[in-house]
Design a protein around this ligand. Structure first.
Ligand SMILES: [Zn+2]
Length: 293
């Protein structure tokens, strides 16, 4: 009898613990966002809980760039994109509330080392540019710069992207590449290997802000998701959207291709936050990676 009572009380305790866990889990799902997580490293995202209790959304700046702010579980939160040049240590954000008061908040960053890769290219014209190609590359750069600097005031921005392409990551973000031993800029996005013609989907709701045919990046599309969150799609075989078009999550943007300077069909996918290129995988579900890279 006593033994039975003990079993019943243990079962009851387990039941209470289990249901409580489920309940708090549900609460969390409703009140907070799935990802990204606070990852204050070069190329990462710092998620900073703001100490202001202001009802109105404050304006937040980091290195003079406007920062995404969202409400999470009743508190304002700043979502800061950190460049690959970010030094480990103390950093400062400026918070401007609606009553024009300025506050500062400090956050800490850590170091992260990215891999190195050496690539030999046969076509030398692709490495040292002719004056004509240089002119084209400069004009492409201007379009990119303008697109990445776009700011659209929008609330409830979803940061849990879906995969733009079903494929394997053939090259990760931040990789330090050397073409014919010449150091190039680190990889500003991820490469997803997939055959030419594979569907490219919008990872979230947004608006197409630019399309083009670039010397390096081939056929490109830029999508603005609001509050400085911009995505870029490169080397496309086909572009299925046009400037100013509104796209919903999973809408077709185009097809994978090998236009521009590439060694095979893939999607180069960049994510920019506060005009800073960050690791796209921070906003994506886990993706399989090629073993040899
Ligand atoms: Zn790439």
């Amino acid at each position: 009898m006593l033994k039975n009572l003990k079993i019943i009380s243990i079962s009851l305790l387990l039941f209470v613990l289990f249901t409580q866990n489920c309940f708090s889990g549900e609460l969390n799902n409703q009140a907070s966002f799935k990802y990204p997580v606070h990852n204050p490293v070069p190329g990462g995202i710092a998620i900073i809980e703001l100490k202001t209790k202001d009802k109105n959304k404050p304006d937040v700046f980091y290195k003079n760039k406007k920062i995404m702010v969202r409400k999470n579980a009743g508190h304002w939160q700043a979502i800061v994109g950190l460049s690959l040049n970010t030094k480990s240590g103390q950093h400062k954000i400026k918070i401007k509330t609606k009553d024009k008061k300025l506050k500062y908040q400090i956050f800490a960053t850590k170091n992260k080392e990215y891999k190195k890769q050496y690539i030999t290219l046969k076509n030398k014209g692709m490495v040292t540019l002719s004056p004509e190609n240089l002119k084209r590359a400069i004009s492409d750069k201007k379009i990119s710069k303008k697109a990445f600097a776009t700011w659209l005031e929008k609330n409830n921005i979803k940061l849990d992207f879906i995969m733009p392409v079903d494929g394997i990551v053939s090259s990760r973000f931040g990789l330090k590449r050397f073409f014919n031993k010449k150091p190039r800029k680190p990889h500003s996005g991820i490469d997803i290997a997939a055959p030419t013609g594979t569907l490219i989907k919008s990872p979230a709701d947004g608006r197409v802000i630019a399309t083009g045919n670039f010397y390096f990046n081939g056929n490109v599309v830029f999508v603005d998701h609001g509050q400085g969150l911009i995505t870029m799609f490169c080397h496309m075989n086909k572009i299925n959207v046009s400037k100013n078009q509104i796209v919903k999550k999973a809408d077709k943007i185009g097809e994978v291709g090998e236009t521009g300077r590439v060694t095979g069909a893939h999607l180069h996918f960049s994510v920019s936050l506060n005009n800073t290129r960050i690791d796209p995988e921070l906003l994506l579900p886990p993706i399989p990676e090629l073993k040899d890279k």
